[in-house]
Design a protein around this ligand. Structure first.
Ligand SMILES: [Mn+2]
Length: 485
């Protein structure tokens, strides 16, 4: 048992403690990584529960094999959504958590409403915390395509219609969209870690690390904005007149909600920026197309390269590096939009696999190579998957590959006016595989940001996404099939 966690449990008279992967910005790939340093699990999502005598690691289907490999010795691996904490814990148990790192949405989802959850003001000593002072920057109008003022006006209009006085925007990606800014607070996306309060009088209070804001001050000069320290939220709230406060419980922490709750009436609303942002404007679409052309050139050159050489001395890691070299030839390329998945043979069956020094495998002539990668370009984000073979593969593989391809084409040709949502299109994607009793354990597609997160909501192509699809939404198209051998 980790001694720090053991001490928390004992000194607070608890039965257990829950440790999440995320930091207080609730981004997909956060850098703060206590979960990894304590459990060894390196995947992008999951959480651990430490009880006095037993430890559990909860991950989703993408990460079950990886979690078993990395942490299976010391942790029982539980796969969400088949097992939840509420299935394992006893109801009277007292479980500690950090209110900065949880939202009510996640707590309710994991625990239901019948647990004794104890907020604790305890911070881990983070030995490998990376000091990041990379400045935020503003987007040119030929990248953003819509002015800050127009975007804010849209949001104010929504607030007025719903009689909301204040909106707390706690999602950095949405503030990036609203203020036409970006940052470098995440390894694979230009999200700026910040939060804002927007008042119905069009005043903005901007909370972030003050060392990062110099470059954006000029472009934001025309709007009413006040820059404050990350932990000045309470100070700011005290100075505001009473009223309604709209918060989004997907990214507003338990702690922040309790601060707002001291003085204001809280209305739980999905941040309307998700919807505004999901329909890309003409400029953004043009830029995304261009980013995909540049990315396509890099991938095509890579495929030509790998198809015309001996593969015997190639490993997954070498492939990852080579692909990066081809992308870097574009002067507009910045960095990968997610960790490249180069999985050969059985490693290709690990959804969201990341090759490391233990798993790194040499390519073999009869193996398939799964290559799923993407890039961040100065004005666009890409995500592309290809399966490569180096020999004449069996008819069974050809058959399954064709069925996956049929699903892919089915998605590409589907009519959004007729299908209406991702739930219906997901069925089309799986149909040909389902016909012979096969399937895959992930969604078919996700929204993609315009020089932002490679995974973006609210739209998606999956079994449980019923969001109405609109023109201008951008989605990935990635059915698949996975088998170890
Ligand atoms: Mn993807």
């Amino acid at each position: 048992m980790n001694t720090e966690i053991n001490n928390i449990i004992i000194s607070n008279n608890l039965d257990g403690y829950i440790l999440p992967k995320n930091d207080n910005y609730f981004t997909e790939y956060s850098k703060l990584n206590n979960l990894q340093s304590i459990t060894k699990f390196s995947g992008s999502a999951g959480f651990a529960i430490f009880l006095k005598k037993k430890k559990y690691l909860f991950v989703d289907g993408r990460y079950t094999i990886q979690a078993e490999k990395e942490s299976g010795k010391n942790f029982e691996i539980c796969e969400i959504p088949y097992v939840w904490p509420k299935d394992i814990l006893k109801k009277q148990m007292k479980i500690g958590f950090d209110p900065d790192l949880f939202t009510w949405t996640t707590l309710n989802k994991y625990f239901g409403d019948c647990y004794n959850l104890i907020p604790l003001n305890f911070k881990f000593k983070n030995k490998n915390k990376i000091k990041n002072n990379y400045p935020f920057f503003s987007l040119d109008s030929f990248v953003a395509g819509e002015s800050i003022n127009r975007k804010i006006d849209k949001l104010i209009q929504i607030m007025k219609n719903k009689k909301i006085n204040y909106t707390f925007v706690s999602s950095g990606e949405n503030i990036c969209w609203l203020l036409n800014i970006r940052g470098k607070d995440l390894p694979n996306s230009p999200v700026a870690n910040c939060k804002i309060i927007l008042t119905d009088k069009k005043q903005i209070y901007f909370f972030s690390n003050q060392n990062k804001i110099n470059k954006i001050k000029l472009s934001l000069k025309k709007i009413k904005i006040q820059f404050l320290e990350e932990n000045d939220i309470f100070k700011c709230l005290i100075g505001l007149k009473n009223g309604n406060f709209s918060v989004d419980s997907n990214t507003c922490s338990v702690f922040e909600e309790s601060l707002i709750n001291c003085k204001f009436k809280i209305l739980h609303r999905e941040d309307p920026i998700y919807f505004l942002k999901s329909s890309k404007n003409k400029t953004e679409i043009k830029n995304m197309v261009n980013a995909h052309i540049e990315d396509g050139v890099a991938l095509t050159k890579f495929l030509y390269w790998i198809k015309n050489r001996e593969i015997n001395n190639l490993t997954e890691k070498k492939i990852e590096k080579k692909l990066e070299i081809f992308r870097k030839r574009s002067k507009n390329y910045l960095y990968p939009s997610f960790d490249t998945i180069a999985g050969s043979g059985p490693n290709g069956a690990i959804i969201h696999y990341r090759s490391d020094k233990y798993s790194n495998r040499s390519l073999k002539k009869n193996d398939l190579l799964l290559l799923d990668s993407g890039g961040q370009y100065k004005w666009g984000t890409t995500d592309v998957t290809r399966t490569v073979c180096f020999s004449n593969v069996s008819n069974r593989i050809k058959n399954i590959f064709t069925r996956v391809l049929k699903g892919h084409i089915g998605v590409a040709l589907s009519n959004i006016k007729k299908e209406k949502n991702g739930h219906n299109i997901d069925k089309i994607a799986r149909k040909s595989l389902n016909n012979i009793g096969l399937d895959y354990r992930h969604g078919t597609g996700h929204g993609v940001g315009a020089f932002l997160n490679v995974h973006e909501g609210p739209q998606g192509i999956s079994k449980n996404n019923f969001v109405k699809l609109k023109e201008g939404m951008v989605l990935s198209n990635e059915p698949g099939f996975y088998k170890k051998k």
